[in-house]
Design a protein around this ligand. Structure first.
Ligand SMILES: [Fe+2]
Length: 227
């Protein structure tokens, strides 16, 4: 059920209905050099997923992309994996007072995952600061709602909806996110920080993984936001 993408890197696509259309949400699993697992945007922890994760290693860190993306199932991971640390995105502790977070994610990766994983806080939007991750060994950028990528493999209805939301066939945020960027220079700087990473693969929050040519896709997807 976990799809191996590269050495120590897996994804899992969870079906999700959003505004009446099928759009999967992608969970990324990284095995750190230290052996533990770093799970980004955790999917519902079904018995099958729990077993699959346990086979890969000990789940050590669970991270959302933002206060809106990738935090829904965190409590299940806390219960299932006693040693796990839950990481918060900016604004998430206030939305999830039921959870106790072990750390707040910002621009600087913790030394416990920094040998393998770097991160950038994508800022500049009025409502939402998202954390973008970079798995250095496999050259993979991992996004949330800042990186939709709905392409030809998606169902027709999803493609039509993606068109309306301004995310069909390109990597990038939806129209409403674009329209609520408050500080363009700050947003641009964040995307430039992502582009400074040496990557080829992009795992979007929703849609289809780009196995190769990811950097070009990000440059093209954000073109009007980078001027
Ligand atoms: Fe999302």
């Amino acid at each position: 059920m976990l799809e191996r993408r590269a050495d120590r890197l897996w994804t899992y696509e969870e079906p999700l209905r959003f505004l009446g259309f099928e759009i999967g949400r992608i969970t990324t699993v990284i095995r750190l050099s230290s052996g533990g697992l770093f799970v980004q945007s955790p999917a519902e922890l079904t018995p099958d997923l729990r077993a699959a994760l346990s086979e890969l290693g000990e789940v050590r860190f669970v991270a959302p992309a933002s206060k809106l993306h990738g935090h829904l199932n965190m409590e299940e991971y806390r219960e299932a994996f006693p040693g796990v640390e839950l990481l918060a995105a900016p604004g998430l502790p206030a939305r999830r007072p039921d959870l106790t977070f072990d750390a707040l994610l910002g621009d600087t990766p913790d030394p416990r995952w920094s040998p393998d994983v770097d991160q950038v806080a994508v800022m500049g939007n009025r409502w939402l600061t998202e954390i973008a991750f970079f798995h250095r060994p496999s050259g993979t950028v991992i996004l949330g709602d800042v990186g939709y990528h709905v392409g030809r493999e998606s169902p027709l209805r999803t493609r039509l909806m993606a068109r309306t939301m301004g995310v069909y066939g390109r990597v990038g945020p939806t129209l409403d996110f674009r329209l609520t960027i408050r500080n363009e220079a700050t947003f641009r700087r964040s995307i430039q920080s992502i582009l400074a990473w040496e990557f080829d693969r992009v795992i979007p929050g929703h849609g289809e993984v780009i196995e190769t040519g990811g950097k070009r896709a990000v440059i093209e997807g954000f073109d009007r936001l980078l001027d």
